[in-house]
Design a protein around this ligand. Structure first.
Ligand SMILES: C[S@@+](CC[C@H](N)C(=O)[O-])C[C@H]1O[C@@H](n2cnc3c(N)ncnc32)[C@H](O)[C@@H]1O
Length: 238
C-alpha cells in the first residue's frame, strides 16, 4: 500500500487545478498502475468490461480503421478495439500505466491535450474514464476535431451521476465509502478517495454536447449506461 505525494494532493477538500492537477494525475496513475485492472474489475463488478465493449461497438467504424485510444491506461480499450478488427494506437500521460499496457498496441507517452498527430489523420478516437482528469474539456474536444478525419467517429466514456434518487444514494455510499476502502486495501487509498470527488470536474451533459458541437461534431449525443453509473458521448466529425 503506497502513500504518494499525489495522494496527498487528492486527499483534501479542494480538488487541485492547473499544472498542479496535471502533475498529481500523472503521479497518481503511476502509483496505482500495477493493480489498476484488478481494482477496476472488483469495484465495478466487471461492468467496466461491458461499458468499454459497448463503446467500441458504438464507435461503429469499419474494420481496419485507425483509432487513437487516448488516456489508454493499461490498454483495455485497445484490446477491445483490436478484437473488433480495428487498429488501435495507445496514448497516455503516465509511464506507469503505459508500462502496464497489455494490449500490444503501439503506444506513446503524450498529453492528450496536445496530440503528436497530424490533422485529419485518424478514423476515430476512444477515451475511457479520463475526461474528469483533463485541465480543459473544450481544448480537448478541439484537439479531437483537429485529428479526426471528416466522417470519423469518437466515443468517450466517464463515470456518471445516476438520475434515479435511490440509485444515486446507493452509488454515493458505494463510491464515497466502500470503494476508498477497497482501494486502500488493494492499492492506494487517496487515489480511490479522489474517484467520487473527481466527478465534480465534469460539466453537465448538455454542456459537454454543446462543447462537442462547437468543436465540429454536430451530431454529438450523450447516453447514460447502467442507470447513469457511467456516461458516454458519441459524435461524428463534420
Ligand atoms: C481512470 S484511467 C483510465 C484508463 C483507461 N482508459 C481505462 O478505460 O481503464 C485515466 C487515465 O487517464 C490518463 N490521463 C489523465 N490525464 C491525461 C492527459 N492529460 N494526457 C494523457 N493521459 C492522461 C491517466 O494517466 C490514466 O491512465
Amino acid at each position: 500500500m503506497s502513500s504518494t505525494n499525489a495522494g496527498a494532493s487528492w486527499d483534501r477538500q479542494t480538488l487541485p487545478e492547473g499544472d498542479e492537477k496535471k502533475q498529481a494525475v500523472r503521479e497518481m496513475f503511476d502509483a496505482i498502475a500495477p493493480r489498476y485492472d484488478m481494482v477496476n474489475r472488483i469495484m465495478t463488478f466487471r461492468l467496466d468490461v461491458r461499458w468499454r465493449r459497448k463503446t467500441v461497438r458504438d464507435l461503429a467504424l469499419p474494420s481496419d480503421s485507425t483509432v487513437l485510444d487516448l488516456a489508454s491506461g493499461t490498454g483495455d480499450l485497445c484490446i477491445d478495439l483490436r478484437e473488433s478488427g480495428l487498429t488501435p494506437i495507445s496514448m497516455d500521460l503516465s509511464y506507469g500505466m503505459l508500462a502496464a499496457d497489455r494490449s500490444g498496441a503501439p503506444r506513446s507517452q503524450a498529453d492528450i491535450l496536445q496530440l503528436p498527430v497530424r490533422d485529419r489523420s485518424v478514423d476515430g478516437v476512444t477515451c475511457g474514464f479520463a475526461l474528469r482528469n483533463l485541465l480543459e474539456l473544450p481544448a480537448f474536444f478541439e484537439e479531437l476535431a483537429r485529428v479526426v478525419r471528416p466522417g470519423g467517429r469518437i466515443a468517450l466514456l466517464d463515470v456518471g451521476t445516476p438520475k434515479n434518487r435511490v440509485i444515486r444514494f446507493g452509488n454515493n455510499i458505494y463510491f464515497g465509502k466502500v470503494v476508498p476502502k477497497i482501494g486502500a486495501l488493494l492499492s492506494d487509498g487517496a487515489a480511490y478517495r479522489y474517484l467520487p470527488k473527481s466527478v465534480a470536474y465534469l460539466p453537465e451533459p448538455a454542456e459537454m454536447v454543446s462543447m462537442l458541437c462547437d468543436a465540429g461534431f454536430s451530431d454529438a449525443s450523450h447516453h447514460l449506461l447502467s442507470g447513469g453509473l457511467t456516461q458516454q458521448l458519441l459524435a461524428t466529425r463534420d
